[in-house]
Design a protein around this ligand. Sequence first.
Ligand code: PLP
Length: 362
Amino acid sequence: MTPAAYVHLDLQAARHNLQQVKRYAPDNKIMAVIKANAYGHGISRIAEALTEADGFAVARVDEGVRLRQAGFNQPITVLQGFVCHNELELILQNQLDSVIHNPDQIEILQQHASDKRQLRIWLKMDTGMNRLGFKGAEFNAAYQQLSHSPLIQQPINLISHFANADDLLDDKTRQQVELFNQATTDYPGQRSIANSAGIIGWPNVNSDWVRPGLMLYGCSPFAGKTGADFGLKPVMNLHSRLIAVKNVAAGETVGYSGTWQAPSDTRLGVVSIGYGDGYHRHTRSGAPVLVNGQRVPLIGRVSMDMITVDLSSQANAKIGDPVTLWGDGLAIEEVAHFADTIPYTLLCGITQRVQIVEHPYT
Ligand SMILES: *Cc1c(COP(=O)(O)O)cnc(C)c1O
């Protein structure tokens, strides 16, 4: 019998999605974003599957160090850079590339001016996200400072980040591109601005490197769409099994707080998956679940280790039957909709106790 709650990683799908990125951005280099344990998929296995990428991006220094320790030799960019000397030292030792986004980092770099090693950086411009980066004149001042530092590999690379690229009607993206292009037009370094939504939705944005995250995992960055709409395939398939099948009489309630009441005698299935595995507690009754490959609705509250489903349409369902919570045949975007969230949080939310396997159980 299959284990309870496990993820089948479809690495073939990951490679396919990378090829799709190349189709959307044929003239660009690809920095595959594998932060947060590769969006919950497992960083090493995803990095291994994506060797065709030109480099990787992670959020934090320790993620980059772990990748190096696992033996990956590609360029690895640390999107948040360092906050102290120790972290800069780890970056240098591990030959990671660092985003530079604030004056404190430049101060730290200047104290390392006599260091004989070289650091490749991405100088970040804040073009409207108002999270990390230098704005306007400060960006140019930072560029000048860093272009004279022997520690910094020249020419300096240039980076910014979209705030609203998933909204194709919002003019902000075009404004961000314009600001970035204006500020960097005289600089010789490589440029990077587009995330998944930028790659798919704003094809005319010109930057040397694209930074896909979500689309590599087969998901749509646009609300109301699924990855399949853009030729992407789901990498994460979350599975479990039925552990009880029973009948409840009309008028009975099911689960904590009795939020679901049987309108008529109902055949009910209990699935071994819950918020303790990363299936969101706020997923509403009616959310689709695949039992034996057929859609049935979630009913009642999600508990830590279990959910309940309406099996009225499956007279023969029995204990041990396979259940899919999302993946092939059931888009995670649909489930996210019923949980009032986005696919990012569902992917990242898979917990430690969920086994991750590379081959489906048969
Ligand atoms: C996470 C991240 C990305 C990838 O974003 P997706 O929407 O997942 O494609 C790209 N760039 C930066 C700076 C990020 O933090």
